[in-house]
Design a binder for this molecule. Structure first.
Ligand code: F6P
Length: 555
């Protein structure tokens, strides 16, 4: 067995980490309420604006020394050099020997970027052009289905990075949708998912996009075959399949085997990670719906965040600050999770998208050299649309025993015509971050009772339940308006935040070996379902569950 060659000191041995430990011991009891009371410029001081995006990080448990100390840590792990290596196309995904270049997909400058000596910009541009030509045909109705009707429904078949990104963006950009085209997303291998969609659409007017980086993902390929059969059950013939199926993949060979012809393939490359791929041809469903012009605006927004990340000093760099604050809570305060709460109905899928982006990237317990880490890495990312969360789990954030740092994401201008409702939502978001920071003392709670003229009988029994300790950290991210450009910025902000954290934790944030074992065991178990005899080769729990399933389904 090879030995784990890692002479690098652990994160926790670095002088900057030790300085942060001392700093934590000094300030961890400080209350933000006090910090706000003694510095009336705190809100302004701890804010960063980039274009139409404002980050207010003042409601965090930090003082003036904290960010510089965290930046010392970032410098000690060579964050800036790693960042530059990523943008330059170095193969920083060391376990797969791949470059990490989703940023090239939005490289507006068109300056050459080299992978293995080849400038990749021409092929990126060629794919964009191909997507545009195809999307125009669908959007203008000149692409016809087998019965000469125009396409009205697009079904993106994909999972993980080939589903979550496009779906999140599609929902986020609802006001920009083509009026006569609806996009559906099938990911689950549970036949109920695809059935639900097929029930509502017509084979004559449907286009399927089979989206899979590898083109080997069982869920996607199974759903694609079901869709193909469904099409052929109508009056469509084998030769009509090309009018209704296109593929997006890095694996042209497998896509060809499936029966997709070359004209209907949209390529991307192994230097685009699945969970970073919505900027590539994986975004085809987005382009079909919102048009290439809007897609390019989204790329442009992301590019402007790339430039901010590259050019801005660490202390004023939005993704760096967000990443470092996460490290502060994870590694010093022991926070185990991080909440994402969008106060925008159209951003309702952002949390699901970020669950994969963050946890598949940094949910790792060996460092980039294969050595087991002795510190916490990626937190659990969770949440839902903020307003709904308030009436579900915010109780635990306000009064539970776990610290849950969280991001509140709000659009200032709404696309809806109901300004009064938007005011209510905005007020809720701001009230929550204020309440989480300030809390409510025992005396204040008592005064509230008196003021509200509630009968004070048995107040002693109840009052402690109504006290809020506060001091809960939040970031507030304000978008002037949710547009393709600001959305691009927002997504790129989180991508870079995740990158920053991966570098601090010395992880390879771009592989995902943790998904492999389950896939392998699935194959074994699936094969056993077809065997007549009861299985005995697993642990007793898995054996009896398999046998029980077999007995109910196959008798
Ligand atoms: O199993 C996890 C994963 O490999 C993700 O990383 C990826 O986004 C998803 O599956 C889908 O993979 P593909 O695009 O190759 O079908």
């Amino acid at each position: 067995m090879p030995s784990k060659n890692n002479s690098k000191p652990s994160l926790t041995d670095l002088p900057a980490f030790e300085a942060l430990e001392d700093h934590y011991n000094l300030i961890n009891q400080l209350n933000m309420r006090h910090l706000f009371a003694t510095d009336e410029k705190r809100g302004e001081k701890y804010s960063i604006k980039h274009k139409s995006l404002l980050l207010d990080y003042s409601k965090n448990r930090i003082v003036d020394e904290t960010i510089p100390l965290l930046c010392d840590l970032a410098r000690e792990v060579n964050l800036e050099s790693w960042r530059d290596r990523m943008f330059a196309g170095d193969k920083i995904n060391n376990t797969e020997n791949r470059a990490v270049l989703h940023t090239a997909l939005r490289n507006e400058t068109n300056q050459p970027i080299y992978v293995d000596g080849e400038d990749i910009m021409p092929k990126i541009n060629a794919t964009i052009d191909k997507m545009e030509v195809f999307a125009n045909k669908i959007r203008k109705g000149t692409w016809k289905g087998f019965s000469n009707r125009t396409i009205t429904d697009i079904v993106n078949i994909g999972i993980g990075g080939s589903d979550l990104g496009p779906k999140m963006v599609y929902n986020a950009l609802k006001p920009y949708h083509h009026k006569n085209l609806t996009v559906h997303f099938v990911s689950n291998v549970d036949g109920a998912h695809i059935d639900d969609i097929l029930e509502d659409i017509d084979p004559e007017t449907t286009l399927f996009i089979v989206s899979s980086k590898t083109f080997t993902t069982q869920e996607t390929i199974t759903n694609a075959h079901i869709a193909r059969k469904w099409l052929l059950k109508s009056d469509a013939k084998e030769q009509d399949v090309s009018k209704h199926f296109v593929a997006v993949s890095t694996n042209i060979e497998e896509a060809t085997k499936f029966g997709i012809d070359a004209d209907n393939m949209f390529e991307f490359w192994d230097w685009v990670g699945g969970r970073y791929s919505l900027w590539s041809a994986i975004g085809l469903s987005i382009v079909l719906s919102v048009g290439m012009e809007n897609f390019k605006k989204m790329l442009s927004g992301a590019h402007s965040m790339d430039e901010h990340f590259k050019e801005t000093p660490l202390e004023e760099n939005m993704p760096v600050i967000m990443g470092l604050l996460g490290v502060w809570y994870n590694n010093f305060f022991g926070a185990e999770s991080h909440g994402i709460f969008p106060y925008d109905h159209y951003l309702r899928d952002l949390t699901f998208y970020l669950e994969q982006a963050d946890m598949e990237s940094n949910g790792k317990s060996v460092d980039r050299n294969g050595k087991k880490v002795d510190y916490a890495t990626g937190p659990i990312i969770w949440g839902t649309s903020g307003i709904n969360g308030q009436h579900a789990f915010y109780q635990a954030i306000h009064q539970g025993t776990q610290m849950i740092p969280s991001d509140f994401i709000v659009s200032i201008l709404t696309h809806s015509s109901h300004q009064d409702q938007h005011d209510i939502m905005m007020a809720n978001a701001l009230a929550q971050t204020e309440a989480l920071m300030k809390g409510r003392t025992l005396d204040e709670t008592y005064s509230d009772f008196v003021e509200s003229k509630v009968k004070l009988e048995n107040v002693e029994d109840r009052i402690h339940h109504m006290v809020f300790e506060g001091n809960n950290p939040t970031n507030t991210l304000l978008l002037t308006k949710l547009t393709p450009r600001s959305l691009g910025m927002l997504i790129a902000l989180y991508e870079h935040k995740i990158f920053v954290q991966g570098i601090i934790w010395n992880l390879n944030s771009f592989d995902q070996w943790g998904v492999e074992l389950g896939k392998k065991l699935t194959k074994n178990i699936l094969a056993e379902f077809g065997q007549p005899d009861p299985v005995t080769n697993h642990d007793s729990s898995t054996n009896s569950l398999i046998n029980y399933y077999k007995s109910v389904v196959y008798g």
